[in-house]
Design a protein around this ligand. Sequence first.
Ligand code: KG4
Ligand code: ZN
Length: 332
Amino acid sequence: MCTLLAIESSCDDTSASVLRKGKILSNIISGQIVHQNYGGVVPELASRAHQKNIVPVVQLALEQAGIKKEELDAIAFTRGPGLLGSLLVGVSFSKSFALALNIPLIEVDHLQAHIVAHFIDAPKPNMPFLCLLVSGGHTLIAKVTSETTYEIVGRTIDDAAGEAFDKAAKILDLPYPGGPLIDKYAKEGNIEKFTFPLPDIPDLDFSFSGLKTSFLYFIRDNLKNDRYFIKNNLADICASYQHALVKFLLQKLQKASNETGIKEIGIAGGVAANSYLREQLKNLAKENNLVLHIPKIEYCTDNAAMIAIAAYYKYKKRAFASQEVTPYAKAR
Ligand code: KG4
Ligand code: ZN
């Protein structure tokens, strides 16, 4: 029997999850509203909020799972990439808890975990499959070869897709994180009202900085003529911009499938919660006879259940971490 507690604290969500025999029993996520007024995550405030939240979040995760701490076989945690101060809270907590319970530690890479979220619920993808990982800090296409290995076939050369959403939202004066709000307003808008040039980037790579700049100039120019331009056109602006972003993402995913001949595809990361992306992916899969895997929304945005499932596969291999382990900020 394998019972794990997993901790995720890489950015602005404190999360804990309990897994038993490969099944998620609880997944508690405590977000941090403290960043809303700053237009982005303030690292110093994030670390403090993790420090405050981590014990109650873990307690709740154990309680909801109906598991006593003495029943745990290992403690898993996100080692990186992420904000160093935030990661340190999760790593230090995990080390102390593992030491107190005299059980092993399992370190998990955050990006790997986003991808492995596909193995939480059935039907599980057949390998190899292509996974479009779109989060606030990363955008890449991975050829997933096993539950513990993947190969990157394309990646962003500048911003991440989540940043392209959040930065546009900031230009529109929407609070952070703006991605979900653009998604919400776009539902009432016309995707063809405005056009944004799609980036022309070779191979399977991405770039979002040009799109973001053209969005900034577009808003600035229109505000010169009409100071209520944003207010009067919010839904159409969001729908048209989101359409351009999603079209670009899907063009690359389709290209990756054509070039590799892999017919099974999935999405992961916070932006994978976007309703228009999810809908358009279904169309893409249907038109191209692709097998599509879309994890539940709660397993796309940052959560500890994905850390728990990634740790489960490492536990099976007895791949444990030492008490000397330190977090890393940048992707490896
Ligand atoms: O994976 P995630 O929760 O954290 C990171 O690892 O970065 O991703 C967060 C990103 C943010 O940029 C947020 O705006 C975006 O995911 N996001 C969305 C939606 N929900 C979250 N973007 C577009 N539409 C959504 N519904
Ligand atoms: Zn993430």
